[in-house]
Design a protein around this ligand. Structure first.
Ligand code: PMP
Length: 389
């Protein structure tokens, strides 16, 4: 009965298709390649328990009080030094801790976008970003990708034509496409940003999870003109449950992001910031990252081998060097949304690729996650999938 009283923009809100589909995957015995969940065996539960006890014992009052919106300063200082190892030069004062990088996406659109503004993003792109930006009544312009990431040769032309408020890119182990932006193209992005004065949002949740090949410097590391906002998160290297992400932003945007966050939640949890700082200070990432890389690297290989063995002729898929996802393109005759119900009947799940297309398309594509599947279930699940084609 309240619908007519709600803001018009709520007509644009939709529950993420993935979340709706995931409800179907709660079936017992179902092998799910659908979500983007980290493997549960990677969570350092005992270390969290000890760090929480220490924080409460040494600093309980501060941990349980409100804190500044920017987030716990020692954790921001830790991040500044951590990012410097990736070639990103920034001060703690330019780092805002957010409630996961999902909140960062929301805050950026809140600060940058008026209704009707254009955002340029890849096709396909991260569904959560499309969802966050849509709430601010933005329009999407898309740019295709290939096995080396965004087709940057289209970038300048699209930027000039549509004057987007920003360009949203996923250079490392793309979600959903699994591809990585080549070094040359990273430099080209910066050249276009410098030439046209366009803001680039570099979303990098998976950068530390490389299983093969050489690490590439973030786009932000080439940025000398404050044209790039960089996003990171602890979700994939420590725990998504801590809900800590971060934004590295230029001074004037930072001020507005902080004001926007104040209106949203005053501040994130100082308690959890302090616990995560305690763990980081004791070098937990040096243990976590190699451990996770070993587990997911094996799963990725198992899945690639199984796809090779079972998928129908005419299928094409990405061979990710890191991250959590493999992207499959089937022959045109297949519709992965329609096939989804059949897959569920066979007790296996994936995400139909159309979910990741801001302006429609991708009906014959699918995203497969390998981080959350047990090794011995990967071949079984891929074989089941192949039976529905
Ligand atoms: N960006 C991308 C590309 C992601 O894949 C995710 C999580 N799946 C996020 C942002 C949000 O992550 P979080 O809020 O857990 O930091």
């Amino acid at each position: 009965m309240w619908n007519e009283r709600m803001a018009k923009r709520t007509n644009l809100f939709e529950s993420s298709v993935i979340r709706e589909l995931l409800k179907l995957t709660a079936k017992k015995d179902l092998i799910s390649f659908a979500g983007g969940l980290p493997g549960p065996e990677t969570f350092p539960v005992e270390e969290f328990r000890e760090a929480s006890n220490k924080v409460l014992k040494d600093n309980g009052i501060q941990a349980l009080q409100y804190t500044i919106t920017e987030g716990y300063p020692p954790l921001r200082e830790f991040l500044a030094s951590y990012l410097s190892k990736k070639g990103i030069k920034c001060n703690a004062k330019n780092i805002l801790l957010t409630n996961g990088s999902q909140q960062a996406l929301d805050l950026i659109a809140k600060v940058m976008c008026d209704p009707g503004d254009h955002i340029l993003l890849e096709e396909p792109s991260y569904l959560g970003a499309i969802q966050a930006f849509t709430a601010y009544e933005t329009k999407f312009i898309t740019i295709p990708i290939d096995k080396n990431g965004t087709l940057t040769n289209f970038l300048e032309e699209k930027v000039k034509k549509y004057n987007p408020k920003f360009v949203y890119l996923l250079p490392n182990f793309h979600n959903p496409a699994g591809v990585t932006l080549s070094l040359d193209r990273r430099k080209e992005v910066i050249e276009v940003a410098n030439k046209t004065g366009t803001l680039i949002i570099e979303d990098d949740p998976y950068g530390d999870l490389r299983y093969t090949g050489e690490s590439l410097s973030p786009i932000k590391s080439f940025d000398t003109n404050d044209n790039v906002i960089y996003l990171g998160t602890f979700s994939k290297v420590l725990s998504p449950g801590v809900r800590i992400g971060w934004i590295v932003a230029p001074d004037n945007i930072m001020i507005k992001l902080v004001e926007a966050k104040q209106g949203t939640d005053l501040c994130s949890s100082p308690f959890i910031h302090m616990v995560v700082y305690e763990l980081c200070k004791n070098n937990i990432l040096d243990i976590q990252i190699p451990k996770i890389k070993k587990i997911y690297g094996e799963r990725c290989k198992l899945m690639l081998d199984a796809i090779e063995k079972y998928f129908p002729e005419g299928s094409d898929w990405t061979k990710p060097e890191g991250g959590l996802f493999i992207w499959v393109q089937l022959q045109e005759k297949y519709n992965t949304k329609e096939l989804f119900t059949k897959a569920i009947e066979k007790n296996v799940a994936y995400v139909p690729g159309f979910c990741f297309y801001a302006n429609g398309g991708g009906e014959n594509t699918m995203r497969l996650n390998f981080s959350n599947a047990q090794n011995d279930m990967i071949e079984v699940g891929i074989k089941r999938l192949s039976e529905i084609f």
